[in-house]
Ligand binder design. Sequence first.
Ligand SMILES: *Cc1c(COP(=O)(O)O)cnc(C)c1O
Length: 360
Amino acid sequence: MPERIFNFSPGPAVLPQSVLEQAAKDIVNFNNKGMGLIEMSHRSKDFMAVLDEAEALIRELLAVPTNYKVLFLQGGASSQFFMVPMNLLGPGKKATYLNTGVWAGKAIKEAKAFGQVDVAYTGEPNRFKHVPTDDEYSVAADSEYLHLCSNNTIYGTRFPKFPDKGCMLISDMSSDIMSRPVDVSKFGIIYAGAQKNMGPAGVTIVIIREDLLDRCPATVPAMLKYKTHADKGSMYNTPPTFAIYCVGLVMRWLKEQGGLAAMERRNEEKAALVYQAIDATDFYRGHAEKECRSLMNISFNLPTAELEAKFIKEAAAVNLDGLKGHRDVGGCRASIYNAFPLEGVQKLVEFMAEFAKKNG
Ligand SMILES: *Cc1c(COP(=O)(O)O)cnc(C)c1O
């Protein structure tokens, strides 16, 4: 095997090496049963234990209150864009959305099919470099919920503080779940595709307050009702067993690292190094406004597109991989999720200083 590179991919993304090594063993022979984990019945005792442990660790790490269900679904965060309004809205019902980027925008588009949608804020005019504070928008009293995307993967912005508008929050946390402690009780639903900060692609984590399960119109298909999956403990149909198992391993790793408060400190430390490198010269320009800079995704530009291409190419040659920005903002993006090592951040920062000196 070649040397392990530093993988700045926005998702699927870097996982702890210990998790990969354990998974590689268990895929062949799990619990010494003479068969691999992915060959095993999802109803087997061994797999049920895997599912139970993954759920228990998510609950423990995020301090999920007992009146919430933790579900393992499929279809990605993108399916939650329609499942949320499909389950919670209906004729005459209203929800408020904050448009802080492409993913938030997709959620808005889907919601419009199921009820009245108030877009209370849009960051489109300033290319989504800003995330609103509470005084920049209002939420109608008859709004069922306020939907936001906690971390905007493409632009590198986040909500440093969650809204406090007296309205139940629903958040797409795909790219920063488990990166910081969160008060789950402020949210009706938290959802996240696992492939950024929790595991491989193929499973979507949904944390939902129990009283919301009964709001769903009867006409919604069984697979698309949260209640179906909640009642059956995410085993209504075959769940994505391998992805759930990997999420469990990542949760074990997170616990060993000291949990979410310790992880947040480490994430702050890593992100600060990159932001210092950006702010140190005029050569680099961060996309996000300072107050809402993401700890997970750092989007930045160089003076020209040619220099950006050169930067990405030369970085890849020294094993700093995946630094190309999203096509919507261009430039460069360093995604440094929980499992991204400090050593890789240090190497990037050194590379940035050298590159600026040579090309500035
Ligand atoms: C990646 C991403 C998505 C899309 O997730 P899928 O699981 O591919 O549907 C949605 N929201 C955010 C914030 C993301 O980063």
